[in-house]
Design a protein around this ligand. Structure first.
Ligand code: Q46
Ligand code: ZN
Ligand code: ZN
Length: 315
């Protein structure tokens, strides 16, 4: 491979979509600048913000933590990591350890919540009763992250959703005509009431670039898959997006621009305001569509003694 566009070192990456050949260092800088640009373009973080970073130990969240750590010093905002130990037999101990090592390496304050200890049930317990455990697991993670952020005064929650994750969500919402889902395909979901703002600083960064960044920077991340993962549909749709990219290298970015700037905004104006307005769960007081929120419904089914706990950090 020839020389890097910006220095005399050998190029190790060729980015077709940007027509750039880069050495390791300049590639790392390129990715960081891209994330910074997304943060500025969509006004994801303001000076003085308190940002909760959800870290699952996978490459996306580890890279997100790494980049936000650096930016937090430049832009003067506070970050705190949150990892949820879901109690998945062979998987949770591995990713919790990886998350812990990353927090330690970067010197980031953090909290690890064990669902089993706090709520008296685990994702393994759910898997015994339900076949499709992922949507329940998603509900649990969203609930705990939001509640922790709310009770500890965070302005926003940052997650590691990358470009392809959001394009996949957009494409599948379009295919199934799910306007509510489409309205959520954005780098920023503004909070309201007890729902905290969610931000996705990697929304314009390709999965492949995130992986290379992690490798070049020697970051430790989890490579194994969750035993309950069943990503067949998402893999198929991501393959469709890759085919489009082969035809035209910038097509993913063109699609993300129209999703984030037009389609998701149009969809949100169609979503019924009534449907959008969350009520409060009669058990835990958190936002809910019905009298009891989805989290409390799940918890009560697996643990009849379930009581909503306070997740406020001991100061
Ligand atoms: S952790 Fe939970 Fe994932 Fe495992 S059970 Fe499914 S949702 S696959 S990101
Ligand atoms: Zn270079
Ligand atoms: Zn509830």
């Amino acid at each position: 491979m020839s020389k890097c566009r910006f220095c005399d070192k050998k190029a190790v990456v060729y980015l077709r979509y940007a027509n750039l050949r880069l050495c390791k260092d300049h590639f790392v800088e390129f990715v960081e600048k891209r994330v910074k640009r997304t943060i500025e373009k969509y006004k994801l973080i303001r000076r003085g913000d308190k940002v909760l970073v959800a870290v699952s130990g996978g490459k996306d969240s580890v890279v997100l933590l790494d980049i936000l750590r650096r930016l937090s010093e430049v832009y003067d905002f506070y970050i705190h990591g949150l990892t949820i130990d879901l109690g998945i037999h062979s998987y949770s101990p591995v990713y919790v350890e990886v998350a812990r090592e990353n927090y330690k390496r970067l010197g980031v304050e953090h909290t690890i919540i064990k669902v089993g200890e706090v709520y008296g049930f685990t994702v393994d317990d759910l898997a015994v009763r339900w076949r499709r455990v992922c949507s329940l697991c998603g509900t649990i993670k969203r609930y705990i992250i939001n509640r922790f952020a709310l009770e500890n005064g965070f302005n926003s929650v940052a997650t590691g959703h990358n470009l392809e994750d959001l394009l996949y969500q957009g494409l599948s919402s379009i295919i199934s005509g799910d306007l509510e889902g489409l309205a959520k395909v954005s780098p920023k979901l503004d909070g309201r009431g007890r729902l905290i703002t969610r931000i996705r600083p990697l929304a314009e960064t390709r999965e492949k670039d995130i992986l290379l960044y992690a490798i070049f920077k020697n970051l430790k991340f989890v490579k194994m898959e969750c035993p309950y993962a069943r990503g067949a549909r998402s893999l198929r749709l991501k393959h469709v997006l890759n085919l489009l990219e082969e035809e035209s290298p910038s097509s993913k970015f063109a699609f993300s621009n129209s999703l984030y700037k037009k389609l998701s905004l149009m969809a949100s104006s169609f979503v019924s305001k009534e449907k959008e307005k969350p009520r409060s769960c009669s058990i835990c007081g958190m936002p809910s569509r019905g009298t009891v929120c989805s989290f409390c419904k799940i918890a009560l089914k697996v643990n009849p003694n379930y009581k909503p706990n306070n997740l406020k950090l001991p100061l």
